[in-house]
Write a protein that binds this ligand. Structure first.
Ligand SMILES: Nc1ncnc2c1ncn2[C@@H]1O[C@H](COP(=O)(O)OP(=O)(O)OP(=O)(O)O)[C@@H](O)[C@H]1O
Ligand SMILES: [Mg+2]
Length: 501
C-alpha cells in the first residue's frame, strides 16, 4: 500500500490527510490519484466503503488553485445528504490549503445558497435539480470549471436523470476533466458515460464479488405477514448499535417506523417526501445515536458513511442488484465488519437468486428466529448491563436497601425480578402494515437493461409531467417558481423511491 507522500501532494493536503487519520491509500485511491492528477478522464469502480470520496477528493483539492474567484470543480451527487457529506470530506481535505467546498441542494433556502456562493468556494457539491436552478438563474458561473465528478454515476445516469446531467455538462467548458465513481457500473451506463468523456481510463478494483467480504450476508424466507414479527425478533437478538432497515416505498417506511415505535424501538424514517429539516434532524439523531434504528427508502442507500452501522436489514428485498449492493454497503465500511439480512417471501426466492448471481456472492440461508431466542437475546443484554453496573462504584446508595430486601426475600427471586424489570420482553402490540405484493422482476429484463431503461421506465415516467420529465416541469410558466422547484425536487426523490406514488 502506498502512503500519501508517494503522490507528491502539496504538504498542506498531506497534513490534512494525516489529521484525518489516513495513513495509507486504499487500493482505489492508490490507482486513481496519479491518473486524476495527470488530468485524465476516469471511470472508477470499487466496493462500498473503500474510500472513493477521497479518491477523487484528494486530486480535486490538489489541483484547484486557492484563487478565490472561480468555481473550479463541481461534484454532483444523487441525494442531498450525500452532497453534504461529500462537501464535509472535501472541506477537511482542503482545510489547510484553504480550499472550500459548498454543498448546494434542494429543500434548502436558495437565497442563503446565493449568499454562500458569493464567498467564492472553489468547489461546489450539488444535487442535479438544485444545480440546474442555479444554472438557470445564472447564480453559478461555470466558465472556470476544470473538473466535474459524478459520484454514484450509475444512479445519476439512469434514465430520468441522464437528461439533467447532459444539460448540466453542456454548460461546462469543453476543456474539462470528467470523473465518474460508483461501486456499481453496469456496462450500458459506461457506454452512456463515454458520450461525454474524453478517452476515459477505467479503473476497476478487481474483486471476485461486488460486495466487500467483511459484510456477512444472510437471508431468511418469511411469509409477508410474518415479516414484521421476525424483524422485531432480529432486533431483539442482535441489539444493533445502529441499524438501517430498508423498505420498498415511502408508505412502507412510514408504517414501519410507526410500528417499530409502537413496539418500543427507537426508530425514525427517512424518505424523499419528508421536508429537508425533518430529513436533516432524523439523520443527525441517527448519527448521534439518539435513535438506533433508521428506516429508509433507497434515498439512504447510496454513499452515506455513518460509522457504527452494524446491521442492515432489507425488510423488503431490493428491486435490483445495484440497490442491494449499495444498501448493504452502509455497513462494513473502512474495514469494519457488518451483518446484512434480507427478508424474502417464498415467491421472491428467484429474485434473490438473481441478485446473488449478479453480485457473485451467495447469501447464507438462516432459520427464522424463535420467540425464545428473542427473549434470550434481550436477557443477555440485561445481564450485560447488570454486570457492568455491578462492576461500577456507584452502588453505595443502594447497598443498605439491598441488604434489607435480602432479609425478606431470597436472592434468586430478587435477581430474577430485577432481570425481568430490566428486560424488554417481546412486544406483540398489533401493528398495521399494508401488504406489499411480491417482487418478481423478469430476470432477462434485469440483466439486459440498466435500471430504468427496461420496461419499467414507462412506469417511472408516468408521473405528473408525463414524458416531459421533471426537469422541464419546473419551468412551465404561470406558477410560483419556488413551488415548482419544490415540486421538482420532490418528484426527483419520488423517482428514486421507486414504485410509490
Ligand atoms: N486512506 C484511508 N485511510 C483510512 N480511512 C479512509 C481512507 N480513505 C477513506 N477512508 C474512510 O473510509 C470511509 C469510507 O469512505 P467513502 O465514503 O469514501 O467510501 P466509498 O467508496 O465512497 O463508499 P460508497 O460506495 O458506499 O459510496 C470513510 O469514513 C472515510 O473517511
Ligand atoms: Mg461514495
Amino acid at each position: 500500500m502506498a502512503t500519501f507522500y508517494e503522490f507528491g501532494l502539496d504538504h498542506l493536503v498531506a497534513r490534512a490527510l494525516s489529521d484525518m487519520g489516513f495513513e495509507e491509500a486504499t487500493p482505489i485511491q492508490e490507482e486513481t490519484i496519479p491518473t486524476v492528477l495527470q488530468g485524465k478522464d476516469l471511470i472508477g469502480q470499487a466496493q462500498t466503503g473503500t474510500g472513493k470520496t477521497a479518491a477523487f477528493g484528494i486530486p480535486l483539492v490538489e489541483r484547484v488553485s486557492d484563487e478565490p474567484d472561480l468555481i473550479q470543480a463541481v461534484v454532483l451527487t444523487p441525494t442531498r445528504e450525500l452532497a453534504v457529506q461529500v462537501a464535509e470530506e472535501l472541506n477537511k481535505i482542503g482545510q489547510y490549503k484553504k480550499v472550500t467546498a459548498l454543498p448546494i441542494y434542494g429543500g434548502q433556502d436558495i437565497q442563503r445558497q446565493i449568499r454562500a456562493l458569493k464567498k467564492h468556494p472553489q468547489i461546489i457539491v450539488a444535487t442535479p435539480g438544485r444545480f440546474m436552478d442555479h444554472m438557470n438563474r445564472r447564480t453559478i458561473r461555470l466558465h472556470g470549471v476544470e473538473m466535474v465528478v459524478l459520484d454514484e454515476a450509475d444512479e445519476m445516469l439512469n434514465m430520468g436523470f441522464v437528461d439533467d446531467i447532459k444539460a448540466i455538462l453542456k454548460e461546462m467548458p469543453e476543456e474539462r476533466q470528467t470523473l465518474l465513481f460508483s461501486a456499481t457500473m453496469p456496462r450500458p451506463i459506461q457506454e452512456i458515460a463515454r458520450n461525454f468523456m474524453k478517452d476515459p481510463v477505467t479503473i476497476s478494483i478487481k474483486a471476485k464479488e461486488l460486495t466487500v467480504p467483511n459484510i456477512q450476508q444472510h437471508f431468511m424466507e418469511v411469509p409477508e405477514k410474518q415479516k414484521f414479527d421476525v424483524l422485531c425478533r432480529l432486533l431483539d437478538i442482535h441489539s444493533p448499535e445502529l441499524a438501517i432497515i430498508f423498505g420498498r416505498t415511502k408508505r412502507r417506511v412510514d408504517e414501519l417506523s410507526e410500528a417499530l415505535n409502537k413496539r418500543g424501538y427507537g426508530a425514525e424514517g427517512i424518505h424523499g417526501d419528508l421536508n429537508q429539516a425533518k430529513r436533516d434532524s432524523v439523520l443527525r439523531k441517527f448519527k448521534e445515536g439518539t435513535i438506533e434504528v433508521l428506516v429508509a427508502t433507497d434515498v439512504a442507500a447510496r454513499g452515506l458513511d455513518i460509522s457504527g452501522v452494524t446491521h442492515v436489514y432489507n425488510f423488503d428485498i431490493p428491486q435490483d442488484s445495484e440497490s442491494y449492493v449499495h444498501r448493504i454497503g452502509r455497513t462494513g465500511r473502512a474495514g469494519k465488519t457488518g451483518l446484512a439480512i434480507t427478508l424474502v417471501t417464498p415467491r421472491e426466492i428467484d429474485h434473490l437468486r438473481y441478485i446473488e448471481k449478479a453480485t457473485n456472492r451467495r447469501m447464507e440461508r438462516k432459520p427464522v428466529p424463535t420467540m425464545a431466542e428473542a427473549i434470550e437475546g434481550q436477557q443477555r443484554l440485561t445481564v450485560d448491563r447488570l454486570m457492568e453496573t455491578a462492576g461500577s462504584d456507584t452502588l453505595n446508595l443502594y447497598r443498605s436497601l439491598a441488604e434489607q430486601l435480602l432479609e425478606e426475600t431470597d436472592s434468586v427471586t430478587l435477581v430474577a425480578a430485577a432481570l425481568k424489570l430490566l428486560t424488554k420482553e417481546p412486544d406483540t402490540t398489533p401493528v398495521r402494515l399494508t401488504e406489499e405484493s411480491p417482487l418478481r422482476v423478469g430476470k432477462k429484463k434485469m440483466m439486459d437493461f440498466p435500471r430504468g431503461r427496461g420496461p419499467r421506465s414507462g412506469a417511472k415516467r408516468s408521473g405528473p409531467g408525463g414524458g416531459g420529465g421533471y426537469a422541464r416541469a419546473g419551468h412551465s410558466k404561470g406558477r410560483a417558481p419556488q413551488n415548482n422547484r419544490n415540486r421538482r425536487d420532490r418528484d426527483r426523490d419520488r423517482d428514486r423511491d421507486r414504485g410509490n406514488f
